[in-house]
Design a protein around this ligand. Structure first.
Ligand code: SAM
Ligand code: SF4
Length: 461
């Protein structure tokens, strides 16, 4: 197809959605679609939706309303615009979206993105299409691999999905229903993707999955491999200087993964480990299948393997039945662990999940009061964590131009953002940076030396 058309993909929610959005664009590229950042300019607008929290569907409908105006404007200029809804809201709502929103042409569920070129072709032939079946074929195999140009546009740090879906069924969560059962990609397929990324200039890879440490992809001998084993394999890929993974479940933090934190230099000392609550009663009602003690033990094992590990977490406040004592148990767990930061959410009932029908729903005012107390504590910990680095020298992976001319912005091993005065040619390098100022959102620093650090030298970059 010679004519170039334009696709705009708007992502909501988690990193898995951002990754999926990139893959949708990659998959549509051979059908003649180039990416655009401007929806008004697009022939195809895809809303890649998230269903995790409150009013997700309503937000999508109001976004559709905004895009519909652009579609009408395009039509007055004689140009056709196709609107597609993808992601977890599409999976959950299915044909209801087409019924409610006349402007939508295509609804595609989270497992079917590899079929997009065909689905879009059907729309162009005049159909309105809904495809939300969980397919038997492998989405990852069928999705287009990103080409060199696409990777270069996306920068130094890339996400790679290695695992999808969840079998855990926490009582508050829609993921097992919208993303389906857990599946893992084979080790060598992931390695091949990471090698391609490295060749195109990517230096840091974050492995992602709803339950990434439940990873059990097959190795080259056809045996299930752990995430630790996958990380060991990827740490051998030339050019990749940093590895990260997210999101983990405390129950799946096995000895091999803990040991990898002690053994693998490219594996960064940062673990996002959602706990949700510090109260055993609430953890049981959430069906988390771990206790507060189990969580603290996991943290201790990880710290024994890598003492400087930074931890972050997710918390839900106001889960049905949560009392002031339960909430205080959460605060005391936060005090006990000491987090680099954390994401805090007010419980919101998701239709179809067991917790939505539980007795003892907590009043919104109470939820919001607890959220503020928890956030205040986490903000104090986050400030204290950052303040410790003032005057210290850290390895920073310099990723892209910074806020001001002459600055590059990069990340420390602990994922803090640092603005550094540095020349552009250092983009993609890991450079030692002395932290001169700790700001409210980022750190500021100056280059300690122009030489490559061992982290970088070890990979021959
Ligand atoms: N798989 C991860 C885990 O085991 O914790 C996280 C999955 S979820 C995409 C991300 C976060 O959203 C959760 O950790 C939880 O804190 C929050 N979340 C999920 N469902 C929620 C709900 N119904 N209400 C409020 N927060 C919710
Ligand atoms: Fe949702 Fe995570 Fe629980 Fe799975 S483990 S049900 S993704 S919160």
């Amino acid at each position: 197809m010679s004519e170039t058309r334009k696709v705009h993909v708007k992502s909501f929610g988690c990193q898995m959605n951002v990754y999926d959005s990139h893959r949708m664009a990659d998959t549509l590229a051979p059908a003649g679609y180039a990416e655009t950042g401007d929806p008004a300019d697009a022939d195809l607008v895809i809303l890649n939706t998230c269903h995790i929290r409150e009013k997700a569907a309503e937000k999508v409908y109001s976004e559709i309303g905004r895009i519909r105006v652009l579609k009408q404007e395009a039509a007055t200029l004689g140009r056709r615009m196709t609107i597609a809804v993808a992601g977890c809201v599409a999976q959950a709502e299915g044909a209801e979206i087409i019924r409610r929103a006349g402007a939508v042409d295509l609804v595609v569920g989270s497992q079917n993105y590899h079929r997009l070129p065909d689905l879009v072709a059907r729309v162009e032939a005049g159909e309105r299409v809904v495809d939300t079946e969980f397919p038997v074929d492998d989405k990852f195999d069928a999705l287009a691999a990103p080409g060199g140009d696409a990777i270069r546009k996306r920068g130094i740090s890339a996400f790679v999905t290695v695992q999808e879906g969840c079998d855990k069924f926490c009582t508050f969560c829609v993921v097992p229903y919208t993303r389906g059962a857990e599946v893992s990609r084979p080790v060598e397929k992931v390695a091949a993707e990471v090698e391609r990324l490295a060749q195109a200039g990517v230096r840091e890879v974050t492995l992602i999955g709803q339950n990434v440490n439940a990873y059990h992809g097959l190795d080259a001998d056809g045996r299930p491999a752990t995430l630790g084993k996958l990380l060991r394999r990827l740490s051998e890929v030339s050019g990749i200087v940093r590895l990260r993974y997210t999101t983990s479940h405390p129950r799946d933090m096995d000895d091999d993964l803990v040991a990898a934190h002690g053994d693998l230099a490219p594996l960064m000392p940062y673990v996002h480990l959602p706990v949700q609550s510090g109260s055993d009663r609430i953890l049981a009602a959430m069906n988390r299948r771990h206790t507060r003690r189990d969580y603290l033990d996991v943290i201790a094992r990880l710290r024994a393997a890598r003492p400087d590990l930074a931890f972050t977490s997710d918390f839900i406040v106001g889960f049905p039945g949560e009392t002031e004592d339960d909430f205080r148990a959460t605060l005391s767990l936060v005090e006990e662990v000491g987090f680099a930061t954390a994401y805090t959410f007010m419980y919101s009932p998701r239709p179809g999940t067991p917790a939505a029908d539980m007795a003892g729903q907590v009043a919104p005012e109470q939820q919001s009061e607890r959220l503020q107390r928890l956030q205040a504590l986490i903000t104090r910990q986050w400030r204290a964590f950052n303040a410790e680095f003032a005057g210290k020298t850290l390895d920073v992976l310099l990723e892209k131009p910074g806020r001001h001319p002459g600055q590059l912005v990069g990340r420390t091993p602990y994922l803090q953002t640092v603005q550094v005065i540095a020349r552009r040619s250092l983009t993609g390098s890991v450079s030692p940076v002395t932290i001169t100022e700790v700001g409210s959102n980022s750190l500021f620093g100056s280059l300690a030396s122009q030489h490559s650090t061992p982290e970088l030298a070890a990979t021959g970059v």
